[in-house]
Design a protein around this ligand. Structure first.
Ligand SMILES: [Zn+2]
Ligand SMILES: [Zn+2]
Length: 357
């Protein structure tokens, strides 16, 4: 783990969201560059904000707990602190990190919301990677008015905020004067108003629509992982930045294999004779079969490792192994001759009761 965000905020690993919020507030006030003029206060403040941004969002926090980073890989989502921001707490964020996390700048109110959906794949698809088409109901940009919301396509500058989308006001607190900004309510932070609303979208610039999204699922994905498809959430207001789509991938159970990370496990029934004298047997793998040499004298429950027949690593690690556990298959029916041979092997005589009769 590169950074211990819990340590940064001075909270326990099992801290509640309220405790994290409270710890953040306390530290943010102490290290706020308006208040604290020490060298390094700004860096410390930034660190605190980063930790709060990750831990303050239940989803990014879970990811951080699991992978030790808020960004699990190129396909995975970064943190998103918006759930965490609100009230005066949000004001501090806005002031310093208007574009933090998602590249939002100032006019944050217009960006589209993130959406979530799910998809189920087979273990084989998890091994090779796959693409899936997923239907998503969402607000998309209105094609009639090109997302402007105006029938003429022309917008007017908001008089309330003078087209800035945000209103600034100074707030006096015990810790000094905080200049805060908030989204303009007259124009919902867009800086523009509509005088001739588009009929199709009622001046909103967006319409509800079902869209099919094609998503690439990387080889080695694990059950329950979430992929982010940038820009496939709700359309932003008036053609601005869309939200992201988060797709949770579920991997179905497989009849033949059980999975543990990159490794696969399977049971292989072998005959009593094979166990005794050895033989080459075919073993099913996720992508075909391999020949496994069973040596003479193999016991039931022996585990053989077949390297490279597990699953690939999601982040470029080598491929896992297939572990094959033998089971001695006892035949339910024998010919008379087979029975005689086995009795002879076992040292039984015909007039004695043996273990077959
Ligand atoms: Zn429209
Ligand atoms: Zn405005």
């Amino acid at each position: 783990m590169s950074k211990d965000y819990y340590k940064t905020l001075g909270v326990e690993k099992n801290a509640t969201q309220e405790e994290i919020k409270a710890a953040y507030k306390k530290l943010a006030k102490k290290h706020h560059p308006d208040v604290n003029k020490d060298a390094g206060a700004a860096d410390k403040f930034k660190e605190i904000n980063e930790a709060a941004a990750v831990l303050g969002n239940p989803e990014s926090r879970t990811r951080y707990d699991q992978y030790g980073t808020a960004e699990a890989g190129p396909d995975f989502s970064g943190f998103d602190f918006r759930d965490f921001a609100g009230g005066d707490f949000g004001d501090i964020f806005d002031q310093f990190f208007g574009g933090f996390g998602h590249g939002r700048q100032g006019r944050r109110a217009q960006a589209g919301r993130d959406l979530g959906t799910e998809v189920e794949i087979t273990l084989q698809e998890a091994a090779t990677g796959t693409t899936k088409k997923i239907p998503v109901d969402k607000l998309t940009s209105c094609t009639t008015c090109h997302g402007t919301g105006a029938a003429s396509g022309k917008l007017e500058k908001c008089s309330q905020c003078n087209g800035q989308g945000v209103v600034r006001h100074a707030r006096r607190t015990a810790f000094g004067v905080f200049a805060t900004t908030s989204a303009c309510t007259a124009c919902a932070g867009t800086g523009e108003t509509v005088s001739d609303p588009c009929k199709k979208c009622d001046g909103k610039g967006r319409v509800e629509e079902e869209k099919t999204i094609e998503i690439r699922i990387p080889a080695g994905i694990e059950d329950g992982m979430r992929l982010r498809v940038a820009g496939e959430g709700e359309a932003g207001l008036r053609g601005t930045r869309a939200g992201d789509l988060y797709v949770t991938v579920f991997v179905q159970e497989d009849k033949r294999f059980t999975r543990d990370g990159q490794d696969l496990y399977t049971d292989l029934p072998i005959s009593f004779a094979t166990a005794c004298v050895g033989n080459d047997v075919e073993v099913p793998t996720i992508d075909g079969t391999v020949t496994l040499t069973i040596p003479a004298g193999t016991q039931g429950g022996t585990v053989f490792r077949v390297k490279g027949k597990g699953l690939p690593g999601l982040r470029g690690e080598g491929t896992g192994s297939l572990y094959v556990k033998t089971q001695i298959a006892v035949p339910k029916k024998l010919t008379k001759k087979q029975a005689e041979l086995l009795k002879e092997f076992d040292g039984q005589t015909n007039d004695k009761k043996g273990w077959f009769f």
